[in-house]
Design a protein around this ligand. Structure first.
Ligand SMILES: Nc1ncnc2c1ncn2[C@@H]1O[C@H](COP(=O)(O)OP(=O)(O)OP(=O)(O)O)[C@@H](O)[C@H]1O
Ligand SMILES: Nc1ncnc2c1ncn2[C@@H]1O[C@H](COP(=O)(O)OP(=O)(O)OP(=O)(O)O)[C@@H](O)[C@H]1O
Ligand SMILES: [Mg+2]
Ligand SMILES: [Mg+2]
Lengths: 215, 172, 172, 215
């Protein structure tokens, strides 16, 4: 379930459509101070469901929309899409890929993540379908496609939208999609700039929360 | 049956402070540990207890983790993060200038540690250190040819100038 | 009679955000300012009001200072510190790895800014950046030949190896 | 009033007597991670009157005493001395060197720092003399010597001592000595490791406090 691509458009300093392909083991992002490297990290956190404007270094969520520059007008909206590989697993059962499972043993059922429901919303805003995690056992993400696109969009007038494979969902559904995968805005997988020592300097309860995310 | 938390905790503890754990690998020795703190009741509670970290670089006896230096703290955090990854890999890991406080020798060890995990995950690393750039399989440059507007270019290591400026690269 | 605070505030404001102020010198343009915030009563009070900082690198329009990047924040702080120094020099200034988040071009500008102040003060700079080491008039190395025990050596720039290790130096 | 020398002995990782001479405009301190560079900054803050163990990265003040290593026993005490140049000023009046003074005008008296008293303590702990700032007008520090040594010592049993030119004083006297010189533990003259952006990220009242230190 690798993160294979990030697409930004109108997000912070990325006024134009920009793509980053993550098709190698170690990808470096380099460049002068203030050019937009950490804005890419903010974009990824934002799509994963970040709700605090402060943790995206702004004061209001609208601060993520390209605010204009000396030569460009402000953008009307910001949109970021994350694309994840979601191949069919050879062994057939996603649970078998769990690092907790002892080889040969099947995982005790109570360790299984709870039934998750992803609800698609149609144009009129009504519920138009539900996917249960149990229904898609042979892929890590409970969506039956080889790759999954997750998109978040925000307009200057405050409207916002979440999409999975171009179908509208709610924020809760995005959180459910990534439940138990180790990805999340508070996860241990993202170390922001200047926060390297934060794990050490946190209090014991905060450290526990990080490990619980991994559990 | 042990809870998931208990299983993860034991796994991380081993991968962090064990004899072949990430701490000893990154520091070339020393010792480290994570342990649960008793709650108000004085007992250790798997459901409530907070986590304390102990880390001793080789030959040193810091009483608390706060006495470590800036670079030692960065390396200890990287060791703990890698230990969590070994116990429970996440599909990707983003490191934004975690090498900022490191001297050259520690940058070298940090780069080495990334390659131990490539079978489980992939890394997105933001850096100004030339040595870390060399450890990357692919480099993206982010520049602002028009002030205030970010543009992505693909670069090879040799196109990143000595002064950190990105020379001609292929526009996205 | 204006209070001392008022005099210092006006002097720092000019040295920070003026046309020939430290911010424009370090960023090669842009604009910056410090101003007093009204208190609960809605009035500006020279004895109580807090201070707000505004900084706009050339060609950018950040709404709040928190939107600046890591390197831009470091450079803005250095500009403000230098502006205070210009208004009210202190006998010495200690900078512990303030260049950690800077790219090569900004390290160069940072080093240049130190020399503007040598008539008023002297600097003690801790760094891992080779370029900053070159800007120093004298270098001290601190190593631990015996683990856990610091020893000071005098070094010349050419004795600090590419890997940051200090080669043979004269023991003090 | 330059800081010309720092001497450490038994302070943190400096088990042995160590001197740093600051006789050039820009002095660099370099070396591998964890070797003791920032400990020198802690030593300077400590002598200037720092009272919080936490701000010296410890939990108790005794944490500044060399705690031993694999090959060395712990030290019995920690001592740090700062040496300041304190030449007689040509123009005779220290106030004339004040950046607030407009050339030609003498500074209005109410801008003068209040009368400061430095009380020396004799061996028996009794007061043995007082120096008023007014008495030493032609030097920046109100002590009538060309250089001033300020020392702080702490023993493992908790006893502590402050000295000016080898004569015992109280902590208050050290603070008075540096009153109005821009030096102080909260002053704008020391930027600790990792705290570069602290001035920007502080709240408006804390920023005001830094500027008041300069006033
Ligand atoms: N909504 C927005 N519209 C336009 N520009 C923005 C917006 N939000 C932030 N910025 C700009 O983005 C810049 C910061 O980018 P970022 O933090 O990604 O830099 P960086 O490449 O990580 O630099 P460093 O190497 O210093 O860490 C700031 O200059 C800020 O003004
Ligand atoms: N009382 C003490 N006795 C002995 N050693 C101590 C004492 N207090 C701190 N130390 C040691 O000093 C070391 C930290 O030193 P310091 O923070 O000065 O390193 P540094 O040279 O600044 O490194 P960096 O480049 O990583 O910032 C730690 O390893 C710590 O264990
Ligand atoms: Mg950044
Ligand atoms: Mg340090």
């Amino acid at each position: 379930m690798r993160l294979s691509k990030v697409t930004l458009s109108g997000f912070k300093s990325f006024a134009d459509h920009t793509e980053f392909h993550f098709d190698e083991g170690i990808i470096g992002i380099v460049g002068p101070n203030g050019c937009g490297k950490s804005n890419v990290v903010d974009a990824i956190k934002w799509v994963l469901g970040e709700r605090s404007a402060k943790s995206l270094r702004g004061t209001a969520m609208a601060d993520v929309i390209f605010a204009g520059s000396a030569v460009r007008k402000p953008a009307g909206s910001a949109a970021v899409t994350l694309c994840f590989d979601n191949p069919r697993l050879a062994s057939g059962d996603a649970r078998m890929h769990d690092p907790f499972a002892t080889p040969g043993e099947t995982r005790p059922a109570e360790l299984d993540s709870p039934e998750i429901e992803i609800e698609w919303i149609d144009e009129a805003g009504a519920e138009s379908g539900v996917v249960r995690r149990g229904a898609v056992r042979d892929r890590l993400l409970p969506v039956d496609t080889d790759s999954v696109d997750v998109t978040r969009r925000l307009w200057a007038d405050g409207r916002s939208e979440y999409l999975i494979n171009n179908r509208k969902v709610r924020l809760r559904d995005i959180k459910d999609l990534f439940f138990d995968t180790g990805i999340g805005t508070d996860g241990y997988g993202i170390i922001e700039q200047g926060k390297v020592a934060a794990l050490l300097e946190a209090n014991p309860a905060e450290r526990r929360a990080v490990l619980e995310e991994a559990a | 049956c042990r809870t998931r938390f208990e299983m993860v905790f034991q796994a991380v503890r081993e991968h962090f402070g064990g004899t072949d754990g990430m701490f000893r690998r990154l520091f070339g020795g020393g010792s480290a540990d994570i342990y649960l703190l008793p709650t108000e009741s004085g007992e250790i509670d798997w459901l409530e207890s907070g986590i304390e970290i102990r880390a001793k670089p080789p030959g040193k006896e810091p009483r608390v983790i706060n006495q470590l230096s800036g670079g030692e703290k960065s390396m200890t955090t990287v060791a703990l993060l890698m230990a969590i990854f070994r116990s429970r890999p996440a599909p990707f890991c983003i490191l934004d200038e975690v090498d900022a406080a490191l001297d050259e020798a520690n940058v070298e060890r940090f780069c080495g540690s990334l390659s131990w995990f490539l079978d489980r995950s992939h890394f997105i690393v933001i850096t100004h250190h030339k040595r870390t750039m060399q450890a990357c399989h692919k480099l993206y440059g982010v520049t602002m040819p028009q002030r205030g507007v970010s543009r992505r270019v693909s670069v090879r290591f040799d196109q990143v100038g000595r002064d950190g400026k990105i020379q001609a690269g292929v526009e996205a």
